[in-house]
Design a protein around this ligand. Sequence first.
Ligand code: BG6
Length: 476
Amino acid sequence: MHYKKNPIFPARFMWGASSAAWQVEGAVNEDGRTPAIIDLNSKTKTGYADNSIASDHYHHYKEDVELMKKAGFTSYRFSISWSRIYPDDSGVPNQLGIDFYNNLIDELVKNGIEPIVTLYHYDMPVWVDKKYNGWYGRGIIAAFDQYVRTCFKEFGDRVKYWLSINEQNMQICYGKWLGVCKNDETWFEDQWKVNNIMNVCHAKAVIACHELVEGGKIGPVPGYVPIYPETCNPKDQIAAQNAEELTEKVWNDFYAHQKYNGFIKSYWRENNIDPDIRPEDLEDFSQAKIDFFGVNCYRSNTAKYAAPDAEPKDYILNKSGEKGNLQFPVVPGVYALTNNPFVKTTDWDWEIDPVAMRYSLRYIWDHYQLPMVITENGYGAHEEVAEDGKVHDPQRIQFLREQIYQVGRAIQDGCEVIGYNPWSFTDLLSTGNGMSKRYGLVFINTTDSDVRDLRRIPKDSYYWYSNLIKSNGQDW
Ligand code: BG6
């Protein structure tokens, strides 16, 4: 791609990267942490490394922050492990867990790096799951409220940017994969009850943040995959709108307007679904005004018309890392997803589409006029240390360069974007492929079958990104 004119990024733009507790920390049995459902869920996935060591960030956090500092980071997005803070149902927080995050936050602040903290990133404590039936039981609402209030009280003096629930839309759309769905047979209806409980938890977090954190800002983190219509056939346009509603817009409208939109209410009516929304939920929603959107954007999807009598198909993600192993979903009478011949794909069949970034930012800005911070965007690949001892990742550099360029274009288009935090800072466990699908700017010398020495090796992309950051987006 030829860059005729570099886009201008605002002063104090938050340049950083992202991670999530269970994907980087390791130390799952240390200092009082108890298991999370994702620890157990991971064991059912082929090729998945167990979380107990991951990138061992728990023991390497100082070295990791040092590398962020050297790269010129001004922000770092990470998540807190609920079961490190509340290992059981005693209602007593675990001081050693609090100490770990205090140390990490202090280290970041000391180095001029703004912490952006996710409260929940797929790692529900097993005790919560057992006691309240996970996201299915309304008992989780009070437990979540207690947990987030503790986080705000303990860390809110230094953490001003908070994120509620990571990719709630994806957790509903891929309920089984991400450990939320407990019963395939009834998920069609259950998912909306579960979603309502998640909405209440999100709302409680927004309310508590505003109450307890002076100057605190909080937003949701939708996984945003824009949907293009396959053709200009009007039926494809409506199919694309249907897909957009059922995978993204229902959530984003809720976050921004604090109420359910007309599309989903009518969908529930037509399908005889009762999402069990209670009067007290509506009261919480009405007070949960968000301050910004976190945006996780990796790729785009393409939709086409699906006839009412079409054969239904599930979305089966590519779990092997060999191209061509993905099955697009067909929802009869609603939409079908399909290939986009205009974009390339990764080895996991994820569309590589930098323009989707500009499209997403413009779409969210046009609909909601709220500031946005990119909380995830990245390139998953098979990688190894080369003979020269370095890690060469030209494809990631190309990916980031093109994506960041489009972020700049969106800013020029008038969108308010306050930061860019790609996935991920170091290599970490992918949700489905452990260490064999690497996203990091920094290589972690470990594999799914061999822990090795966990050495940190900055990849070529780390150095490239560092130069870009230090020039505030001018040195491509
Ligand atoms: C995002 C999640 O949806 O995608 C991350 O928030 C995840 O937790 C990332 O790791 C990449 O997905 P995957 O399946 O390649 O790990």
